[in-house]
Design a protein around this ligand. Structure first.
Ligand SMILES: [Zn+2]
Length: 308
């Protein structure tokens, strides 16, 4: 039988990465594009088609795309991408399928990352996983019964679950969302208000380093962060009873400092039988976006074969 390959596309804010992946999730070839240069839809489509054509020698059975926004996963239809203007209501899967004659699957990027980490990464083999990406925004996904938990619309917007009655306004239009406690700009703002200074360049990793050095204000920021994250995750634990919680994204770089506090908070708040065997880990795959998108395509194709 001919070996099967998949094209996985990780659509990030800065870079779009495409890779040819085999059925076991190994990347055989990859290319990185600057996202800005593919903002135009025809250019994007053209680039993906020419990338697929370059690897004609592989039998590409399916294409998977992890898109940064809200997607109709059944149709591969993009409703909108918050940080990519001009991509409203676009039939991405349909357009590519027509051009290439290959099955195309589109999902939200957090779902794609979660799938990769569950099949090959930190949560390998787990049946129930909560996955959070901690960065500028807070994205999330749930694996339940070994599969992505999703309906018609891709997004399990875990970052926009409200955590406070009188919270700060959030980018989503609501207020008091989890993201307003954990998102990177909120951490920086909170640190600045404590220090009463406005250092021009300040990143979350600087607050992490200062906390490691024992600075009081930086430690306070991570304490607050940990309480909010722990409370939120305790809620997720009570609802989904996960075996593993995986944290990814830039802010998870501070995992070492916040892990014990977050775990202690989960233990305080969640129902104890749910916490007994719970693991809290960092995401570990390097190219989870590419691999997860490819696995998404593979699993969708296999599922449709079973149903046929
Ligand atoms: Zn929100």
């Amino acid at each position: 039988m001919r070996k099967k390959y998949y094209l996985g596309i990780d659509w990030g804010g800065t870079y779009i990465k495409a890779g040819i992946v085999n059925g076991s999730g190994q990347i055989l070839a990859k290319e990185t594009f600057v996202s800005e240069t593919l903002r135009d839809k025809p250019v994007f489509i053209e680039k993906i088609c020419s990338f697929a054509a370059d690897f004609k020698k592989f039998h590409i059975e399916g294409i998977g795309i992890g898109a940064p926004g809200i997607v109709d996963v059944q149709k591969g239809f993009i409703y909108y991408l918050p940080n990519v203007p001009g991509w409203e209501k676009y039939p991405l899967a349909g357009t590519l399928e027509k051009k290439l004659g290959i099955s195309v699957t589109v999902d939200n990027d957090a779902n794609v990352f979660a799938l990769a980490e569950t099949r090959l990464g930190s949560a390998r083999g787990a049946e129930r996983v909560i996955f959070l990406t901690l960065g500028t925004g807070v994205g999330g996904a749930v694996i339940f019964g070994g599969k992505l938990l999703e309906g018609k619309i891709s997004a399990l917007e875990l970052g926009h679950v409200p955590l406070s009655l009188k919270g700060k306004p959030c980018g989503c239009g609501g207020s008091g969302c989890v993201e307003t406690f954990l998102g990177n700009k909120y951490l920086i703002a909170s640190y600045r208000s404590l220090k009463k200074d406005n250092e021009k360049k300040l990143e979350v990793k600087d607050i992490y380093k200062k906390a490691l050095g024992g600075e009081k204000e930086a430690l306070f920021v991570w304490r607050e962060f940990s309480t909010a994250l722990g409370k939120f995750l305790a809620g997720m634990v009570n609802v989904f009873s996960p075996e593993v919680i995986v944290l990814g994204g830039g802010v998870s770089g501070a995992f070492k400092i916040f892990k014990p506090w977050v775990f202690a908070e989960i233990k305080r708040q969640a129902m104890w039988p749910q916490v007994t065997n719970l693991k809290l880990v960092r995401a570990k795959l390097k190219d989870a976006g590419i691999v997860g998108a490819a696995l998404l395509a593979k699993e969708k194709i296999n599922l449709s074969k079973i149903r046929r």
